[in-house]
Design a protein around this ligand. Structure first.
Ligand SMILES: Nc1nc2c(ncn2[C@@H]2O[C@H](COP(=O)(O)OP(=O)(O)OP(=O)(O)O)[C@@H](O)[C@H]2O)c(=O)[nH]1
Ligand SMILES: [Mg+2]
Length: 232
């Protein structure tokens, strides 16, 4: 088990940041898994750890609150958020954001997306379109497609992952809400099914609650919790 996680981590795609070319992270996942929060955490991580300039794109135009939420986070961490009106074409938002990233010489653009799985055909179309729009400005974009999975979703998380993998090539996974009751056992199933590494772990609602995934720490966590349970 641990070997599987380690192996996936080893084969994690090398991230190449080129000067003058924005690195684009497209964040996908179903409603409520923690996409927007993880975007803010990731932006902060890249700012603090690598001193990168970041721009956010409010590609989830489906709900007005989603746009506001991203803008609030952007304000808090001091990064610009490119947004249009609710209901606007996500492709248009992403196009503007790509231009902004390019013109301002941003190192990193992180794109929020809507996660409505019930309209699978639309989801597929939307993600494909967003990708195409990105590639008009940066042919290799999105360099990272980050699937967010809520650690509490169990087997359903696996189904979600497979569904998204049909629409877009997932490169990385972030497992959120590991601070809750779940130990994140779904990590094994998803890594195995998609052959994609878990890169980040979310452990809370604040900006600092994001860590790089470490297979050993993760597996230790699984057993430590079980052991505690036995004593009770
Ligand atoms: N405990 C905990 N809560 C989290 C974590 N990540 C996100 N949340 C919470 O989960 C809820 C949903 O997070 P969002 O970031 O809005 O999720 P989303 O995927 O953008 O949701 P939609 O935009 O509605 O699709 C919020 O209350 C977050 O604070 C985490 O790692 N731990
Ligand atoms: Mg959101």
């Amino acid at each position: 088990m641990i070997d599987l996680l380690k192996k996936a981590t080893r084969y994690r795609r090398v991230k190449i940041f080129q000067r003058g070319v924005p690195f684009v992270i497209m964040v996908v996942g179903v409603n409520g898994v923690g996409k927007t929060t993880t975007i803010a955490k990731l932006a902060r991580y890249h700012q603090q750890r690598f001193n990168r300039s970041v721009i956010l794109a409010a590609g989830d135009t489906f709900r007005a609150a989603a746009i506001d939420q991203l803008q609030v986070w952007g304000g808090r961490i001091g990064v610009p958020t490119i947004a249009h009106q609710p209901g606007a074409d996500p492709g248009a938002v992403v196009f503007d954001a790509m231009q902004a990233a390019h013109n301002r010489g941003a190192d990193l653009l992180i794109v929020d997306t809507a996660g409505r799985l019930h309209t699978k055909y639309n989801l597929m179309q939307e993600l494909t379109k967003i990708r195409r729009v990105m590639q008009k400005t940066v042919p290799e974009a999105p360099q990272e497609v980050l699937l967010i999975i809520d650690a509490n979703t169990g087997q359903n998380g696996l189904r979600q992952a497979e569904e998204f993998a049909k629409s877009v090539e997932i490169t990385d996974i972030a497992l959120t809400k590991l601070d809750g009751t779940s130990k994140g056992g779904i990590a094994f199933a998803v890594t195995k099914a998609l052959g994609v590494p878990i890169s980040y772990v979310g452990t809370g609602e604040t900006l600092d609650d994001l860590t790089e995934f470490n297979a050993e720490t993760f597996v230790d966590g699984l057993f430590f919790e079980e052991h505690e349970g036995e004593i009770e």
